[in-house]
Design a protein around this ligand. Structure first.
Ligand code: B3K
Ligand code: ZN
Length: 879
């Protein structure tokens, strides 16, 4: 029990602070004014930047008329306000909005503001990072720079003049094209930019700093030359080739796959080290977290290379899905994010292979989105209300949003889906659109009926599909019965009627043959029955993960083991193994250790280790056991709660059983993989399985694992091998761990991204003292709460470490609560992201649940919580 909290007597309890207002989707009204032109003059300085804005406004014929212009601000004071060139006094502040009376049909409004970028620790608006200035405006950061209708449906054409000291800011970048530049007196210089494409304020960006570029032109399909630059600090330039090549590949892919051509002569990407998320798609000037730009073999893993490619693609694809067609309001966020995630997933599938990428994406969905959808922060992909929009950049809006659009593609087929997206871009180019506009375009262009399908947009929760096979006497067909429902938080089940496309194929486990071709079954009703061959022993179902649902069915371990071995859909093979492992682990965690289940799993793993037809990239995926967060969901069904301690023990026990029974197969694989050269086409897969072998070895024979890992670490000529070895060493007590950690730190100190890994590997480790180790690391001279990457590298990793975070003492929960309280005043957006792991308390066994709830209550009782954190904490407690 937390002492400070306990000490407050009930009558002394502070009054609950008023909740920030609820914004509702149904309250949307068009803005009364159009803003065709925006001019901005920036006099730049790290501690003082002055912004003079000039907006041309005219009445919006499509909106209710208004005699006043309401401009959003956040922490701003207007130094002067002019209307039609004359200073005016009839303006007022209403909260943080500036309201000015405007009598006529068209005016110009000029406002001067002044801000201190160096004091902006929230990293929203204009802020300083490493001596440079940069911006982040999505969703509502522009209002921290100047007063403006800061909403995505107000599109304006921007002209910007930037001025500043040339020595500090030799490079001055903004959206669009540079129209002029020159030197000024006193060591100052300027640049002028014009973006011909009308855009909402959230896509505005500016960067000023001492940067160098890696540049290479791209020639578009129509023959236009686009100058592409990756801007970084001079010392990072050698690590930018992969980003530049990824950009070119993305540009080409979008032309070939969606017929989308780039529309400016310049595409700039800037890497900054202080950034709240991955990257931002500002028109013509993407701003990126360094983590998604910099990569070379010595400092980045294969997974890091993939992440750079994926995020570069994602932001580039936003140029059409997000910028050319933007969102009417923030409730429509999935319109651009779900669609763009789908586009980046399809791109990465084409670049790296469909099955492995699909497995990676489904793993993320299950580990992050399924728990979100089953907890207090659940919301539809198009939410109905919010208090702080930053809290809705979620796995649901992004990843489930992508799955929902993928389902439409599966039902229409890729060609008709393309006709739908063509129609969408044609219809809405230059507009701020809605999710409904998107569905309608797919419906019209793809010629499919999506009336019932729209439920996916308005309903939260992951549907469960129960499948039962029932033989029919004197018939060679069997009934396949599908029942779909949503599980409520109290464990009750409510029938549902989502449109659910499932690719299925029946297999005769007795004779070992497929009984029919693959077919797409589309469910629309709570119960549906189809007929299949009654020799079906095992149904291969939801192949390719055509629908983001949970499948529940009676199937024997033996049948699953067969599918895991023979399924002709590689994704379905993975699924069969996961299903086998989940059912075994949930039973084991509930006290029912089934020896036959373990044997089936061992045999399935033996087949994976020895199947020569598998490539190692796929083998590496198949060897990964389900994530513990996903096992919590599978365990917390009905009255039963998840027991993190029991799940962890069961999962570790299974790893040891598999590793022990198949030691010689694992080591043979290791020996083979060790001899594959780095640049061999099989090199990536080989690196992946090597680390997997070490993971299993660590559960079985820690001394041998430590020896192999130390050897791999010392000999590594790339970060993938080095990090894999260090990850395993971090979990094993002994001197090899300390030696390797020290060597790694000494070699890479000063390289922030690699030092982030050093923090993460320790915070994620299976070491029994991980809590104390994380406490020590927080005191390290390289640790700071000011840099989001560093905070996440230590604490997000720790919150994702089931053993440490869910320690039965509650120390892990208290640590994360302390982090939230310390970070909230500095960077509320990042602080609020730490709430959701604590919010899962309702699905966890009572002892831990009470400790998690107490941690949330302690946060809730703190004075002056940000809107971000207070919304997440109160939803987590009430929801
Ligand atoms: N659109 C941005 C996310 C902005 C998040 C603001 N809190 C990056 C992306 O999804 O591409
Ligand atoms: Zn995005």
């Amino acid at each position: 029990m937390d002492i400070a909290h306990d000490a407050i007597a009930p009558d002394a309890a502070p009054a609950t602070p008023a909740k920030p207002p609820l914004i509702r989707r149904e309250d949307y009204r068009p803005y009364p004014w159009l803003v065709p032109q925006t001019e901005l003059h920036f006099a730049l300085g790290i501690e003082k930047t002055r912004i003079a804005s000039k907006l041309t406004v005219e009445r919006n014929p499509a909106a209710d008329p208004s005699q006043e212009l309401r401009l959003n601000g956040d922490g701003l004071t207007a130094l002067s306000v002019k209307v039609d060139g004359e200073p005016v006094n009839d303006w007022a502040m209403d909260g943080s909005d500036l309201v000015v009376a405007l009598p006529a049909a068209a005016h110009t409004v000029e406002i001067v503001t002044e801000i201190d970028p160096s004091a902006n620790t929230q990293l929203m608006g204009l802020y300083a990072s490493n001596g440079m200035l940069c911006t982040q405006c999505e969703a509502e950061g522009f209002r921290r720079i100047t007063f403006f209708p800061d909403r995505p449906d107000v599109l304006s054409t921007f002209r910007v003049r930037m001025e500043g000291p040339k020595a500090a800011f030799p490079v001055l970048l903004c959206n669009g094209n540079k129209t002029s530049k020159g030197d000024l007196e006193g060591g100052r210089h300027f640049a002028e930019w014009h973006d011909p494409w009308p855009k909402p304020s959230y896509l505005f960006a500016l960067v000023a700093g001492d940067l160098v570029a890696n540049s290479a032109p791209f020639t578009t399909v129509s023959g236009r030359k686009v100058e592409c630059n990756i801007w970084v600090r001079a010392e990072d330039i050698a690590r930018t080739d992969h980003a530049l090549e990824s950009l070119h590949r993305s540009m080409k892919w979008d032309e070939e796959t969606f017929e989308r051509e780039y529309d400016l002569d310049l595409f700039n990407i800037v890497a900054v080290s202080d950034f709240n998320m991955g990257a931002m798609e500002n028109k013509g000037l993407n701003v990126f977290n360094t983590k998604y730009v910099l990569a070379d073999r010595d400092t980045a893993t294969d997974a890091d290379f993939d992440a750079v490619e994926g995020v570069i693609a994602h932001e580039y694809f936003h140029n059409w899905s997000g910028n050319r067609v933007t969102c009417r309001d923030w409730f429509q966020l999935s319109l651009k994010e779900g669609f763009t995630v789908l586009r980046d997933q399809l791109f990465s599938q084409d670049m790296r292979g469909e099955a492995v990428k699909r497995i990676e994406d489904v793993r993320i969905l299950r580990a992050a989105q399924f728990p979100e959808d089953a907890g207090p922060l659940a919301h539809p992909i198009r939410p109905d209300s919010y208090r702080e929009i930053s809290n809705f950049y979620t796995a649901t809006v992004y990843n489930k949003g992508a799955e929902v659009i993928r389902m439409m593609r599966s039902m229409a087929g890729p060609e008709r889906f393309r006709r739908g997206t063509d129609l969408y871009f044609d219809r809405h180019d230059g507009e701020a659109a809605t999710c409904e506009d998107f569905v309608k375009a797919i419906e019209d262009g793809g010629e499919i009926d999506l009336a019932n399908f729209r439920k996916w947009y308005s309903t939260a929760g992951t549907p469960v599909v129960k499948i039962e096979q029932r033989g029919r006497p004197r018939d060679d067909q069997a009934e396949l019965i599908f029942r779909q429902f949503l599980r409520k938080p109290d464990g009750s089940e409510e029938p549902s009627s989502f449109t659910i496309p499932l690719r299925i194929r029946p297999y005769d486990t007795f004779d070992g043959e497929w009984l029919a071709a693959e077919q797409l079954v589309v469910l629309e009703n709570p119960t549906e029955v189809i007929l299949i061959d009654d020799r079906t022993g095992a149904l291969s179902v939801n192949r390719g993960f055509t629908a983001p649902v949970i499948i529940e069915r009676k199937i024997t371990d033996g049948q699953l083991a067969i599918l895991a071995r023979v399924d002709d859909d590689p994704f379905a093979r993975y699924e069969a193994l996961q299903e086998l492992a989940v059912s075994h682990l949930v039973a084991a965690a509930s006290g029912d250790h089934r020896a036959d289940g373990e044997t089936a799993l061992i045999e399935a793993f033996r087949a994976i280790l020895t199947d020569d037809a598998l490539d190692d990239s796929m083998r590496g995926e198949l060897l990964m056991l389900p994530a513990e967060t996903y096992l919590f969901e599978a365990m917390a069904v009905g009255e039963r709660k998840a027991d993190p301690g029991a799940i962890h023990a069961a999962r570790e026990g299974l790893k040891a059983a598999i590793g022990g029974a198949l030691a010689s197969e694992f080591y043979a694989l290791y020996d083979r993989a060790q001899n594959v050269a780095h640049d061999d086409p099989q090199g990536r897969g080989a690196r992946k399985v090597k680390t997997q072998v070490l993971v299993y070895a660590a559960s079985t024979d820690p001394a041998k694992a430590a020896e192999l890992a130390a050897n791999q670490f010392d000999r590594a000529d790339n970060m993938t091998d080095r990090q894999g070895a260090l990850m395993v060493l971090c979990g094993i007590e002994g001197s090899a761990r300390e030696t390797a950690l020290k060597a790694f730190y000494e070699r890479f100190k000063g390289n922030d991204l690699v030092i982030d890994k050093w923090f993460t590997l320790q915070a994620l480790s299976l070491h029994p003292d991980v809590i104390a180790q994380v406490e020590e690391l927080a005191k390290h001279s390289d640790f700071t709460m000011k840099n989001p990457n560093r905070v996440r590298s230590l604490y997000m990793a720790f919150a994702g470490n089931p053993q440490g975070f869910h320690d039965a003492s509650g120390a892990g929960y208290r640590m994360i609560a302390d982090v939230i309280l310390a970070l909230d005043p500095v960077n509320p957006q990042t602080a609020a992201r730490f709430v959701s792991p604590l919010g899962r308390w309702r699905r966890i066994e009572p002892g831990r649940a009470a400790l998690m709830k107490a941690a949330l209550e302690r946060i809730a009782a703190a004075p002056d919580l940000s809107r971000d954190t207070s919304e997440q904490v109160s939803r987590s407690l009430d929801g």
